[in-house]
Unconditional design. Structure first.
Length: 199
Protein backbone atom coordinates (compact mmCIF):
# COMPACT_ATOMS: atom_id res chain seq x y z
CA UNK A 1 0.00 0.00 0.00
CA UNK A 2 1.22 3.48 -0.76
CA UNK A 3 2.14 5.78 2.12
CA UNK A 4 -0.69 8.20 2.87
CA UNK A 5 -1.28 11.25 5.06
CA UNK A 6 -4.77 12.35 6.11
CA UNK A 7 -5.96 15.89 6.76
CA UNK A 8 -9.08 16.37 8.87
CA UNK A 9 -10.63 19.84 8.78
CA UNK A 10 -12.02 21.01 12.10
CA UNK A 11 -12.15 24.77 11.80
CA UNK A 12 -15.70 25.41 10.64
CA UNK A 13 -18.14 27.61 12.52
CA UNK A 14 -20.92 24.99 12.84
CA UNK A 15 -23.35 27.88 12.51
CA UNK A 16 -26.19 25.73 11.17
CA UNK A 17 -25.70 23.15 13.94
CA UNK A 18 -25.49 25.80 16.65
CA UNK A 19 -22.71 23.95 18.52
CA UNK A 20 -19.33 22.54 17.57
CA UNK A 21 -19.98 19.60 15.24
CA UNK A 22 -16.59 18.07 15.99
CA UNK A 23 -17.69 17.38 19.57
CA UNK A 24 -21.15 15.94 18.87
CA UNK A 25 -21.40 12.41 20.26
CA UNK A 26 -22.14 9.64 17.76
CA UNK A 27 -22.75 6.38 19.59
CA UNK A 28 -20.82 7.82 22.51
CA UNK A 29 -17.81 9.04 20.50
CA UNK A 30 -17.06 12.67 19.67
CA UNK A 31 -17.40 13.01 15.90
CA UNK A 32 -13.86 14.33 15.40
CA UNK A 33 -12.48 11.33 17.30
CA UNK A 34 -14.53 8.97 15.11
CA UNK A 35 -13.37 10.62 11.87
CA UNK A 36 -9.72 10.63 13.01
CA UNK A 37 -9.97 6.95 13.88
CA UNK A 38 -11.18 6.17 10.35
CA UNK A 39 -8.48 8.44 8.91
CA UNK A 40 -5.87 6.63 10.99
CA UNK A 41 -6.93 3.26 9.61
CA UNK A 42 -6.05 4.44 6.10
CA UNK A 43 -3.18 6.85 6.72
CA UNK A 44 0.12 6.79 8.58
CA UNK A 45 -0.27 10.32 9.94
CA UNK A 46 -3.39 12.42 10.54
CA UNK A 47 -3.21 16.22 10.61
CA UNK A 48 -6.10 18.02 12.27
CA UNK A 49 -6.28 21.57 10.95
CA UNK A 50 -8.02 23.92 13.35
CA UNK A 51 -7.61 27.39 14.84
CA UNK A 52 -8.82 26.11 18.26
CA UNK A 53 -6.95 22.91 19.12
CA UNK A 54 -7.53 23.48 22.87
CA UNK A 55 -11.13 22.36 22.28
CA UNK A 56 -9.97 18.94 21.10
CA UNK A 57 -6.82 18.19 23.10
CA UNK A 58 -8.75 15.96 25.52
CA UNK A 59 -9.88 13.60 22.74
CA UNK A 60 -8.19 10.27 22.05
CA UNK A 61 -6.56 10.85 18.69
CA UNK A 62 -3.91 8.23 17.84
CA UNK A 63 -1.53 9.02 14.94
CA UNK A 64 -2.86 12.59 14.97
CA UNK A 65 -1.15 15.97 15.19
CA UNK A 66 -2.74 19.39 15.33
CA UNK A 67 -1.90 22.02 12.77
CA UNK A 68 -2.66 25.48 14.09
CA UNK A 69 -4.54 27.37 11.44
CA UNK A 70 -3.51 30.98 10.99
CA UNK A 71 -5.18 34.01 9.45
CA UNK A 72 -4.12 34.84 5.91
CA UNK A 73 -2.18 38.06 5.55
CA UNK A 74 -5.01 39.44 3.40
CA UNK A 75 -7.57 38.73 6.10
CA UNK A 76 -8.11 40.53 9.39
CA UNK A 77 -7.70 38.33 12.47
CA UNK A 78 -11.43 38.24 13.20
CA UNK A 79 -12.11 36.56 9.85
CA UNK A 80 -9.98 33.56 10.75
CA UNK A 81 -12.91 31.28 11.52
CA UNK A 82 -14.65 32.06 8.26
CA UNK A 83 -11.93 31.79 5.63
CA UNK A 84 -13.24 28.38 4.68
CA UNK A 85 -12.20 24.79 4.19
CA UNK A 86 -10.01 25.36 1.13
CA UNK A 87 -7.67 27.60 3.15
CA UNK A 88 -7.53 25.08 6.00
CA UNK A 89 -6.69 22.38 3.47
CA UNK A 90 -3.86 24.44 1.96
CA UNK A 91 -2.36 25.08 5.39
CA UNK A 92 -2.46 21.36 6.18
CA UNK A 93 -1.12 20.35 2.77
CA UNK A 94 1.98 22.47 3.31
CA UNK A 95 3.05 19.91 5.98
CA UNK A 96 2.40 16.78 3.92
CA UNK A 97 5.37 14.67 2.80
CA UNK A 98 3.58 11.83 1.02
CA UNK A 99 2.56 11.97 -2.65
CA UNK A 100 -1.13 11.54 -1.80
CA UNK A 101 -3.27 12.93 1.00
CA UNK A 102 -6.75 11.94 2.13
CA UNK A 103 -8.85 15.01 2.94
CA UNK A 104 -11.82 14.59 5.28
CA UNK A 105 -14.36 16.94 6.81
CA UNK A 106 -14.95 16.36 10.52
CA UNK A 107 -18.71 16.00 10.06
CA UNK A 108 -18.86 12.61 8.29
CA UNK A 109 -20.37 10.10 10.74
CA UNK A 110 -20.95 7.34 8.15
CA UNK A 111 -17.44 6.97 6.75
CA UNK A 112 -16.50 3.42 5.82
CA UNK A 113 -12.91 2.26 6.13
CA UNK A 114 -13.38 -0.48 3.48
CA UNK A 115 -14.50 2.05 0.86
CA UNK A 116 -11.60 4.40 1.64
CA UNK A 117 -9.18 1.45 1.45
CA UNK A 118 -10.57 0.44 -1.97
CA UNK A 119 -10.09 3.98 -3.24
CA UNK A 120 -6.59 4.13 -1.77
CA UNK A 121 -5.67 0.92 -3.60
CA UNK A 122 -6.41 2.66 -6.93
CA UNK A 123 -4.11 5.62 -6.33
CA UNK A 124 -0.93 4.14 -7.81
CA UNK A 125 -2.68 3.74 -11.16
CA UNK A 126 -3.92 7.34 -11.37
CA UNK A 127 -2.60 9.26 -14.40
CA UNK A 128 0.27 11.64 -13.71
CA UNK A 129 -1.55 14.86 -14.60
CA UNK A 130 -4.49 14.16 -12.29
CA UNK A 131 -4.44 16.31 -9.11
CA UNK A 132 -7.27 14.68 -7.17
CA UNK A 133 -9.48 11.59 -6.98
CA UNK A 134 -13.00 12.38 -5.77
CA UNK A 135 -16.62 11.32 -5.95
CA UNK A 136 -18.68 13.24 -8.51
CA UNK A 137 -22.44 13.79 -8.37
CA UNK A 138 -24.97 16.10 -9.99
CA UNK A 139 -24.01 19.05 -7.80
CA UNK A 140 -20.29 18.65 -8.54
CA UNK A 141 -17.29 17.15 -6.77
CA UNK A 142 -17.31 15.96 -3.14
CA UNK A 143 -14.15 17.80 -2.16
CA UNK A 144 -14.09 16.93 1.55
CA UNK A 145 -13.89 13.16 1.32
CA UNK A 146 -11.24 12.19 -1.19
CA UNK A 147 -7.62 12.27 -2.26
CA UNK A 148 -5.29 15.00 -3.51
CA UNK A 149 -1.74 14.97 -4.82
CA UNK A 150 0.69 16.94 -2.69
CA UNK A 151 1.97 18.69 -5.79
CA UNK A 152 -1.34 20.51 -6.28
CA UNK A 153 -0.27 22.89 -3.48
CA UNK A 154 1.25 25.61 -5.75
CA UNK A 155 -1.86 25.84 -7.95
CA UNK A 156 -4.05 25.78 -4.83
CA UNK A 157 -2.11 28.65 -3.24
CA UNK A 158 -2.23 30.62 -6.46
CA UNK A 159 -6.00 30.19 -6.58
CA UNK A 160 -6.39 31.22 -2.90
CA UNK A 161 -4.05 34.20 -3.27
CA UNK A 162 -6.19 35.44 -6.14
CA UNK A 163 -9.14 35.44 -3.73
CA UNK A 164 -10.67 32.10 -4.75
CA UNK A 165 -12.42 30.09 -2.01
CA UNK A 166 -14.43 27.52 -3.98
CA UNK A 167 -13.25 23.93 -4.29
CA UNK A 168 -15.62 23.41 -7.23
CA UNK A 169 -14.21 26.36 -9.15
CA UNK A 170 -10.60 25.38 -8.44
CA UNK A 171 -11.16 21.73 -9.34
CA UNK A 172 -12.74 22.70 -12.69
CA UNK A 173 -9.35 24.00 -13.77
CA UNK A 174 -7.62 20.59 -13.37
CA UNK A 175 -7.96 16.91 -14.31
CA UNK A 176 -9.66 14.97 -11.50
CA UNK A 177 -10.30 11.23 -11.37
CA UNK A 178 -13.82 10.07 -10.51
CA UNK A 179 -14.07 7.62 -7.60
CA UNK A 180 -16.88 5.06 -7.58
CA UNK A 181 -19.37 5.09 -4.71
CA UNK A 182 -22.09 2.45 -4.58
CA UNK A 183 -23.78 3.75 -1.43
CA UNK A 184 -23.86 7.55 -1.13
CA UNK A 185 -24.86 7.32 2.54
CA UNK A 186 -21.19 7.25 3.40
CA UNK A 187 -20.95 10.92 2.45
CA UNK A 188 -23.77 12.03 4.70
CA UNK A 189 -22.50 15.06 6.54
CA UNK A 190 -24.31 16.47 9.52
CA UNK A 191 -24.87 20.17 9.19
CA UNK A 192 -28.08 20.85 11.13
CA UNK A 193 -29.69 19.44 14.31
CA UNK A 194 -32.24 17.75 12.02
CA UNK A 195 -29.45 15.63 10.48
CA UNK A 196 -28.73 14.01 13.86
CA UNK A 197 -31.70 11.76 14.68
CA UNK A 198 -31.10 9.67 11.55
CA UNK A 199 -27.66 8.65 12.83
N1 LIG B 1 -9.75 24.18 9.17
C1 LIG B 1 -10.88 24.70 8.72
N2 LIG B 1 -11.92 23.88 8.52
C2 LIG B 1 -13.07 24.43 8.06
C3 LIG B 1 -13.22 25.81 7.81
N3 LIG B 1 -14.48 26.03 7.36
C4 LIG B 1 -15.10 24.83 7.35
N4 LIG B 1 -14.24 23.86 7.77
C5 LIG B 1 -14.50 22.43 7.91
O1 LIG B 1 -14.97 21.97 6.67
C6 LIG B 1 -15.93 20.94 6.87
C7 LIG B 1 -17.23 21.25 6.18
O2 LIG B 1 -17.72 22.46 6.69
P1 LIG B 1 -19.25 22.78 6.78
O3 LIG B 1 -20.09 21.55 6.72
O4 LIG B 1 -19.60 23.89 5.87
O5 LIG B 1 -19.25 23.23 8.29
P2 LIG B 1 -19.15 24.58 9.01
O6 LIG B 1 -18.50 25.64 8.19
O7 LIG B 1 -18.57 24.25 10.33
O8 LIG B 1 -20.70 24.86 9.26
P3 LIG B 1 -21.66 26.05 8.86
O9 LIG B 1 -21.18 27.24 9.67
O10 LIG B 1 -23.02 25.57 9.32
O11 LIG B 1 -21.53 26.24 7.38
C8 LIG B 1 -16.05 20.77 8.39
O12 LIG B 1 -15.16 19.73 8.75
C9 LIG B 1 -15.56 22.09 8.93
O13 LIG B 1 -15.01 21.98 10.22
C10 LIG B 1 -12.08 26.65 8.04
O14 LIG B 1 -12.11 27.87 7.86
N5 LIG B 1 -10.94 26.03 8.49
MG1 LIG C 1 -20.85 19.88 6.11
Amino acid sequence: MIPLTAIVLAGGKSSRMGRDKALILIEGLPLLQLVCRVAGSCADTVYIVTPWQERYEHLILPKSQFIQEVALSVEPEQKLSSHGPIVGFAQGLAHVQTEWVLLLACDLPKLRVAVLQDWKAELDTVEDDVIAALVYHVKGWEPLCGFYRRRCLPTLLEYINQGGRSFQEWLKQHPVKVLPLADPEMLLNCNTPEDLPSL
